[in-house]
Design a protein around this ligand. Structure first.
Ligand SMILES: Cc1cc2nc3c(=O)[nH]c(=O)nc-3n(C[C@H](O)[C@H](O)[C@H](O)COP(=O)(O)O)c2cc1C
Length: 251
């Protein structure tokens, strides 16, 4: 079955909410009935938030849903159509715990928190209301990271150390659109995540843990995945486009 056939199946599957056998190893997948939310494209694009406090840590995420979302993500563009992506999904508790530990090792010093075990929201550094909300939610996720049902680590072929702007832009531009599509596809299925990059100073250690050939593949982030508690998410407050759009000249 080719990739387009998978996508068609994924879409039909989500419209009618039926089950389908999938790929050779489909016997390993749960026979779950998977429904989509029926959001409009604009709703999906404007309400896919970083979800941390509203992750359902107790509800498993079916492999089939994740694979359907990967099929959708792989419709994203890549330079020269190279499709040099890989997707690592981590579900084993010991491996998730190890990755969470690496993440926390970077995260707590990054936000200036010395003793996370005694943390309350009052300990957060002074920020505006939005900043405080984000930090509080980021700390919450860090504390419970090992409990998420699935961690996704998308990878791109090759390494970028010392690469010029052209190579960097071409490489990142050939994986990040797919990653965002993946998150949008999850959102449409009632599943949330949050973009994270803070484990990357420990990229080599995580590669060793998961058997990833570090010299050949670049990890682009780590995405804790789980069904969301409720499916209603709002537009975020952003600066008006007038503040950063230029027409024909920088001035
Ligand atoms: C490149 C990138 C790296 C990020 N890294 C982290 C991270 O390590 N940990 C985390 O909790 N959130 C991380 N975030 C999530 C941002 O904090 C979040 O997207 C931002 O606050 C806006 O919130 P929203 O996505 O809900 O609109 C990252 C987001 C991006 C795009």
């Amino acid at each position: 079955m080719d990739c387009c056939q998978h996508l068609t199946n994924a879409l039909v599957h989500n419209i009618v909410g039926t089950t389908k056998p999938r790929k050779e190893s489909s016997q390993n997948y749960r026979n779950a009935t998977i429904m989509n939310l029926g959001l409009s494209a604009d709703e999906v694009l404007t309400t896919t938030r970083a979800v941390r406090k509203r992750i359902d840590f107790d509800r498993p995420v079916e492999r089939q849903v994740i694979l359907d979302c990967v099929d959708i993500a792989q419709q994203a563009p890549t330079g020269s159509n190279n499709q040099g992506w890989r997707w690592m999904f981590v579900t084993e508790p010991e491996k998730k715990a190890a990755i969470a530990d690496y993440y926390r090792e970077i995260f707590y010093p990054y936000i200036g928190m010395e003793d996370p075990s005694k943390f309350t929201d009052d300990d957060l550094p002074d920020r505006d209301a939005q900043g405080t909300r984000i930090l509080s939610s980021a700390v919450y996720m860090a504390q419970r990271l090992h409990e998420v049902p699935v961690m996704a680590i998308p990878l791109h072929t090759g390494r970028l150390e010392g690469a010029d702007t052209f190579r960097q832009a071409s490489s990142w531009g050939s994986i990040l659109p797919a990653v965002w599509s993946f998150l949008l596809a999850l959102r449409e299925r009632g599943i949330g995540s949050s973009w994270t990059t803070l484990h990357l100073p420990k990229e080599r250690e995580v590669a060793e843990l998961l058997g990833i050939p570090y010299d050949e593949y670049t990890q682009v982030g780590m995405f804790p995945i789980g069904y969301t508690v409720g499916t209603d998410f709002k537009l975020a407050t952003r600066l008006p486009s007038d503040d950063f759009v230029h027409w024909d000249s920088w001035e």
